[in-house]
Design a protein around this ligand. Structure first.
Ligand code: AVI
Length: 327
């Protein structure tokens, strides 16, 4: 397509595999044991996450989709889409379902911008390229295949236009608070005055509602967590018996931390490559945090990481916000 290009990362498959292996082994050799939820997303994990987004209990996607379908004009104004040309950079674009509503609107309103989706999956970038150019033929797009910060540097090399960064889905919630602060600080250091960050946060709400979203009756979230053990078996020649672990979910309404664990159901030994890892009966492996924030905590995070909070746009239930921050 004449409107689209793609740039890729310098990381090789070999680097990626070795980073995966050492991060998994480090986590399992620590006390308490933990694994990293960024590794949930292999092919099967992507499918399971799609199923999660379609579950009745998982409200996050619907809430943010409502913001992107019903409040496009409000978003467009807040990101100053009509003031001057800009690059719309999306971190972890995925299938861009939500952002495509904004893209369509911006193109229809003649905003002068290039869409730059960043994703770690080369497959996702090429699928996006195909689908978006069919859906929005006039869209200017530069796909960036690689890690967020490396590709942000690339985006700045390719073009010096003002940047508007999208970080949707409540992905910031999958970082511990300190990591979220570090992430925003690092992001800020890559941006220039007047650049904008639009960032999605899941809000604190009735604890039952939150817990149910991560502890679904059908057990899809459980499979999503257990799938990482299957992935380790496949990619690191390990011998986890998936039936010997069980998913356990917690939500703490005071801190806002919603955490998942896999509990070892018996004393057992697991082999990963040439290492043997012992698990005690009832021992927990910490898997993922999905942190929930209050509106106030979001503004504080903006200020403390060098941004100016401009606006919070929420869905009608008031369960999710897209916060708009300016450098
Ligand atoms: C991707 N991320 C925002 C999801 C969340 O809600 O924390 C991942 C997820 N984990 C379990 N269910 C969904």
């Amino acid at each position: 397509n004449r409107n689209t290009t793609t740039a890729t990362s310098s990381l090789t498959d070999y680097d990626t595999h070795h980073k995966f292996k050492s991060e998994i082994l480090n986590g399992l050799n620590e006390e308490p044991k933990h694994l990293l939820s960024k590794y949930f997303y292999d092919k099967k994990g992507d499918e399971l996450f799609q199923q999660i987004m379609n579950m009745p209990e998982y409200y996050l996607t619907d809430c943010e989709l409502e913001i992107f379908t019903r409040k496009k004009n409000e978003i467009a104004k807040a990101i100053r889409a009509f003031d001057e040309p800009f690059d719309l950079v999306e971190l972890g674009a995925g299938d861009a379902t939500k952002s495509s509503y904004l893209l369509e609107y911006l193109v229809a309103q003649n905003a002068d911008f290039t869409y730059m989706p960043i994703d770690i999956s080369a497959n996702i970038i090429s699928v996006l390229d195909e689908n978006l150019t069919l859906k929005i033929p006039e869209l200017q797009m530069t796909g960036l295949n690689g890690e967020y910060f490396e590709m942000l540097d690339k985006a700045n090399e390719i073009s010096s236009r003002r940047k508007v960064i999208l970080f949707l889905g409540g992905n910031i919630g999958n970082m511990e608070i300190e990591e979220a602060y570090e992430f925003c600080n690092a992001l800020k250091s890559k941006l220039n005055p007047n650049d904008i960050l639009l960032i999605g946060f899941d809000l604190k709400k009735n604890p039952h509602t939150i817990l149910a979203a991560y502890n679904d009756k059908a057990g899809i979230t459980s499979s999503f967590n257990l799938n990482l053990l299957t992935r380790i078996n496949e990619e690191l020649e390990a011998d986890f018996n998936i039936d010997h672990f069980s998913h356990y979910q917690t939500y703490d309404p005071l801190s806002g931390a919603c955490r998942s664990y896999l509990i070892s159901l018996e004393d057992q030994k697991v082999h990963i490559d040439d290492q043997e890892i012992s698990f005690k009966a009832d021992e927990a492996v910490y898997m993922e945090i999905s942190h929930k924030y209050s509106e106030k905590e979001i503004d504080i995070m903006a200020r403390k990481t060098g941004f100016k909070p401009l606006k919070q746009i929420s869905d009608t239930k008031g369960w999710f916000v897209d916060a708009i921050w300016k450098v």
